[in-house]
Structure formats: structure tokens, C-alpha cells
Design a protein around this ligand. Structure first.
Ligand SMILES: Cc1ncc(COP(=O)(O)O)c(C=O)c1O
Length: 428
């Protein structure tokens, strides 16, 4: 079996080291000095601990968009200089994203609105009769788009995920697709995607990896991991300008029904319509989100230039501090599928005895200026499983959790403020 190459070797609860010195500076985010009102009318610096929902904009991303705006013009349609420049920037963004995920030279790179749009696009392009195998742990964006799917229960350990996928794929005839999230948006835990890709291919299946929560935190190499498709969102990658992407094998995408029908997707329209069979124009009808694509590419460039070692080490230092702080508070329980020591990205979900998740989130915001997410995080089956709940409630404050998530721009003070705020709440 392949090694789980994306798993970090740094233990999740590593001793708290001194802040990491980086050789190249980690870029700043916009809004680092945002002040927000708290109870009593005071202003405090905002502690944004909700990166997994949407990350703040990186300064180099904002700069790239600002630089592109004066020449902003139509793409793929105009002979004017500004149009040519904007088209070149848009196509360059595609190359940058391709390199960022280590795609094969002939992979398609299709700009979408977000991850949800990307998974739905692929769902519409599956060959007739394709069966999708998907775990109940998925975000709804990866759980719901499929016409015909086999749902697998949350596996008790990573090897069980591989075994369950193996057994399910073995029992399916015809085209098959395994869909799996690389890093859980609920627990942050990393999934054994290399091993799952290996199993999928052994059964003649393909694999789609939902990388929405992975790419802001870890390097992803589609070719090295032998993945068929990956999807992710710009707004979680410090590029909140409305673009996402689907990257992967061309054939299904070239044969699939054009996602949107309109200008740009067609070669000619007469009595018959001749659609492009290159996946990019075929599925990107209408004027695309050029600035979104430029922003997404700028984020890829900025993360690559900073270097993953520095980013990962700083994130692991802060998440270890956050987790051990929360673990030291009686009545606080962290949600985890595979245990404390399983590698994870900078996401922690937890419950606080005696308080609903909504109450905790409101106190954190209203009294401490801390932004977190509460609810089931668009992963209802998984959160219910982790909480041992069977109710059908949604984002109503019952059977839900609080999620803190970090990234570039998170400081030790933010993390400490959250831990002390939860401790104060519990001690009231
Ligand atoms: C793992 C995962 N997949 C997919 C999505 C959907 O992303 P978007 O809302 O950008 O489509 C999310 C969003 O939270 C996510 O965390």
C-alpha cells in the first residue's frame, strides 16, 4: 500500500516550541488590525478564528487584483490591448493553479465559483451509470451532488477507510468514482488519500479529492498522489474573489454536457450547435470571473513563495497550543474521529458542557471579540456521528459544536484569548 504521503511527521500535540523563525516572511492578511465592538461598547482587536469558513484576503492577493484592475477588460473576445492583457492574465492564472497542485500537463483546469460548483460540475460529467462511493464524513459539497452513490459509515481508523472503500468498490460494476475529503472541515484530520487513490485505481475507479481544507494548510501534489480530480475554493485560500477550481483528467470533462450553455462554450451555432470539446471553454461559458482567477493564482504564488515548511510549523505550534489549552478545561470535549495524535490541519471543533454551541459562539463574539463558527458545518451526518446524536436538527444550536480554525495571520494572543474565554465561561 502507498505511504500516506500527505501526513505530517510533526505530532499534533507537540511540545510548544518557541515561535518559528522563517527564512521568507509569511505574508500579511488584510484586516489584521480590525477592531470590533464588545459588550459595554469597548473596541477590541478582532480574533478571527473562522478561517475554515472563509479566510481573510492575503495582501499579495489584494495587490494582484488591484494591479489587474486598470487593464481589466473582456477575456477571449477582444483584439484590444487591455483585452489581450486580461486574457493573458486569466490563462496565466490557470497555469499557476496547475503548478500549485502539481497537475499533469494534460489535466484540465476549470475555474468554477467554489468547491461546491466544482463537485457539481464533475457530477454532471460522469459517464452514464457511474456509481460514486462516498463516506458519511464528507462536507455536503462532496456528499450530495451524486446521482447514484454508495454511502460508507465513518471509519474507526484510517486503515478501515481504505478497507471499506476497497470492499465497496469491489462490489460495483461499471464506472465508479471514489470521493473523499483530504482534510476534514469538522476535525481537521487528514485522510489517507494516497492509499485511497491506490485502492480506487486497483478497482478501475477514479478518485475526486475535496481539497478545500487541505490546500490552505498543506502542499498538495496531484501527480505524486496519483489523484484523478481535485476541487477547492479561493475564499478558503485567502483569495475571496468568488473563484474556485476543478483540476483533473480531461476525458470525462470533454464528453460531459457543457455545465453552462452560452457564449464561449460553442465553436459555432447554426442549425446544429458545435460545442467545444476542450473542457475549459466547454464548461466556462459566459464571461468568467477573471479577477477571482487572478486572485486565486496570486494566493497560490504567495503560499509557494513563503514555503510550506514555515507555514506548517507555525500552524502546528498554534494549533497544539489551542488544543492543549482547550483540553485543560473541564467540560470541554474536542471532536475527533481518529484520536488525539492523528495528524490534522488548523481546525478544532469542540463542545462545552452546559452550553449550546450557539451560546458559546455568541459569548465569544459579544464579550471577547472572537469569531468562530458553530453548528454542523455542512457536514450533518458526520457531526451527528461525532456527537453520538440521532436528531435531525440542523443549525439550531442542538447537536452542534463550536469550530475554531486558524491560518496565516492568526496570533498566539488570538489562541490564548479563545482558551481563556472558554475557561471563564465554564467557571461562571
Ligand atoms: C471540506 C469542504 N468541502 C467543500 C466545501 C464547500 O466549499 P464552498 O462553500 O466554497 O463551495 C467546504 C466549505 O466549508 C469544505 O470545508
Amino acid at each position: 500500500m502507498s505511504t500516506l504521503t500527505i501526513f505530517s511527521s510533526v505530532p499534533a500535540r507537540a511540545a510548544e516550541a518557541a515561535p518559528v523563525a522563517t527564512s521568507r516572511p509569511i505574508p500579511a492578511v488584510l484586516g489584521a488590525d480590525l477592531e470590533v465592538p464588545v459588550k459595554g461598547g469597548r473596541l477590541v482587536g478582532y480574533a478571527n478564528l473562522d478561517y475554515a469558513a472563509s479566510a481573510p484576503c492575503l495582501e499579495p492577493v489584494s495587490a494582484a487584483v488591484t494591479a489587474a484592475l486598470p487593464a481589466y477588460s473582456s477575456v477571449h473576445r477582444g483584439a484590444g490591448y487591455a483585452s489581450q492583457l486580461t486574457t493573458a492574465r486569466y490563462e496565466q492564472a490557470r497555469h499557476t493553479v496547475r503548478a500549485f497542485v502539481g497537475a499533469r500537463p494534460d489535466d484540465a483546469v476549470i475555474f468554477t465559483r467554489n468547491t461546491t460548483d466544482a463537485t457539481n460540475l464533475l457530477a454532471r460529467c460522469l459517464p452514464a451509470g457511474t456509481t460514486t462511493v462516498v463516506f458519511d464524513t464528507e462536507h455536503h459539497a462532496s456528499l450530495l451532488p451524486w446521482q447514484k452513490s454508495v454511502r460508507l459509515a465513518p471509519p474507526a481508523f484510517p486503515g478501515e477507510a481504505v478497507r471499506a472503500a476497497d470492499a465497496a468498490l469491489a462490489g460495483i460494476d461499471g464506472p465508479k468514482l471514489l470521493v473523499v475529503t483530504a482534510a476534514s472541515n469538522v476535525t481537521g484530520e487528514l485522510w489517507p488519500i494516497a492509499a485511497l487513490a491506490h485502492v480506487a485505481h486497483r478497482h478501475g475507479a477514479r478518485i475526486l479529492v475535496d481539497a478545500a481544507q487541505l490546500v490552505p494548510h498543506r502542499r498538495l501534489n496531484l501527480t505524486a498522489l496519483d489523484l484523478d480530480y481535485v476541487a477547492f475554493s479561493g475564499h478558503k485560500l485567502y483569495a475571496p474573489f468568488g473563484a474556485g477550481v476543478l483540476v483533473g483528467r480531461r476525458d470525462w470533462l470533454a464528453d460531459g454536457e457543457p455545465y453552462l450553455k452560452g457564449g464561449g462554450a460553442v465553436r459555432s451555432v447554426g442549425d446544429d450547435t458545435e460545442w467545444h470539446d476542450d473542457p475549459e471553454p466547454r464548461h466556462e461559458a459566459g464571461t468568467p470571473n477573471v479577477l477571482g482567477a487572478i486572485a486565486l493564482a496570486a494566493a497560490c504564488d504567495a503560499l509557494t513563495a513563503t514555503g510550506w515548511t514555515a507555514l506548517v510549523r507555525e500552524e502546528e505550534r498554534l494549533i497544539a497550543r489551542l488544543r492543549s489549552g482547550l483540553a485543560s478545561i473541564e467540560g470541554v470535549r474536542e471532536l475527533s474521529l481518529w484520536g488525539d495524535d492523528h495528524p490534522r490541519v488548523g481546525i478544532v471543533s469542540f463542545t462545552v458542557d452546559g452550553y449550546s454551541a450557539r451560546e458559546v459562539a455568541e459569548v465569544l463574539s459579544g464579550e471577547y471579540g472572537i469569531g468562530v463558527r458553530d453548528g454542523k458545518f455542512c457536514a450533518h451526518p458526520f457531526v451527528r456521528h461525532l456527537l453520538g446524536e440521532t436528531d435531525g436538527g440542523c443549525e439550531d444550536g442542538t447537536a452542534s459544536a463550536v469550530r475554531a480554525s486558524i491560518g496565516i495571520g492568526t496570533t498566539q494572543e488570538h489562541v490564548d484569548r479563545l482558551v481563556e474565554a472558554v475557561r471563564d465561561l465554564v467557571n461562571r
